[in-house]
Design a protein around this ligand. Sequence first.
Ligand SMILES: NC(=O)c1ccc[n+]([C@@H]2O[C@H](COP(=O)([O-])OP(=O)(O)OC[C@H]3O[C@@H](n4cnc5c(N)ncnc54)[C@H](OP(=O)(O)O)[C@@H]3O)[C@@H](O)[C@H]2O)c1
Length: 338
Amino acid sequence: MRAYRFDSFEDLGALRLREEADPAPQRGEVLVRVRAVSLNFRDIAILRGRYPRKAVPGLIPVSDAAGEIVAVGEGVTAFRSGDRVIGAFHPRWFGGEMPSTIQTDSYGAESDGWLCELKAVSQEAVVRLPDGLSYEEGCTLPCAGLTAWTALSGPTPIRAGHAVLVLGSGGVSIFALQLARAVGAVVIATTSSSAKAEQLKALGAAHVVNYSDDPQWGRSVRALTGGRGVDRVVEVGGPGTIAQSLRAVAVGGEIASIGFLSADNPGIDFFALKASGASFRNITVGDRAALLEFNRAVAASGLRPVIDRVFDFEAARDAFGHLESGAHMGKVVIRVGG
Ligand SMILES: NC(=O)c1ccc[n+]([C@@H]2O[C@H](COP(=O)([O-])OP(=O)(O)OC[C@H]3O[C@@H](n4cnc5c(N)ncnc54)[C@H](OP(=O)(O)O)[C@@H]3O)[C@@H](O)[C@H]2O)c1
């Protein structure tokens, strides 16, 4: 089979395609013919040394894939050849407390990921692709989709009438917009692009604020809610956006802390945190049980993932470059094998 590996984390040129031995499924494993993978900001963050956890070079990158089972190992009862599946972002977090293996299991950072033609994994590390979705659509669900689902769930699930703030037009934010609209919540979005603002409105955002033109966008978002603030911030910006997010959130609302897109880190004002009256929840994608719930929601709601562009396997480097450019809206996908 063919597989990509990052020989080093110097630059995109270190992403090399090579011929490797086909893996064989061991007891309890399924062999997946990978059909599509999707990229996440973490795939760039790992390359640029901005990933907050350990990452070792030499691995097959990418955490999110969809494919077809082509063989099963001894003792596999959950799946058979021909089943269409997606990988779970955390292959051994099934529910409850996070396992201690969460770090070493991390695809592309500490273990081989999915940018390859064949992959053998435990039958527990995949779930069925929701009916009606293509492989290209399905491969966007494991990280970005599930993270948005987790951010809108939690102790206070988002309901009709709640106000949700999504930051920028990347993978997680667009899924959060779609899921929030599906339950009748009001979505306010930010973006740095006036062209994307129109697309965000077309997807159902009630209001869009340009965070480049308006550095005090948190105050503007609050004003758009009549001064009350939003019930949930889907916080993908991190150190450089948290201060404005605290201005935008309602007393009793929640900051779902997800990402670190912003490069600047001016520090957090404790009194702003305290005075916000909001809670702060750290998100780590989600477990397998949540992925199954999310898949049911996708199937029932008819949600179609927003795909910006699909690249051929041979053009994987260009796909990484496109994601890094920030020109995309929603997800960047690589088709694997014809
Ligand atoms: N903790 C978790 O479980 C988890 C899971 C998934 C992702 N993440 C993290 O969440 C973040 C988003 O991931 P992603 O894959 O959705 O990213 P992505 O698709 O690469 O998002 C890129 C978009 O984010 C927007 N953006 C960039 N810098 C921004 C800033 N300073 N303020 C507001 N928006 C900004 C831009 O949108 P515009 O062009 O519209 O301005 C850009 O196009 C990343 O930090 C990722 O590592 C964490």
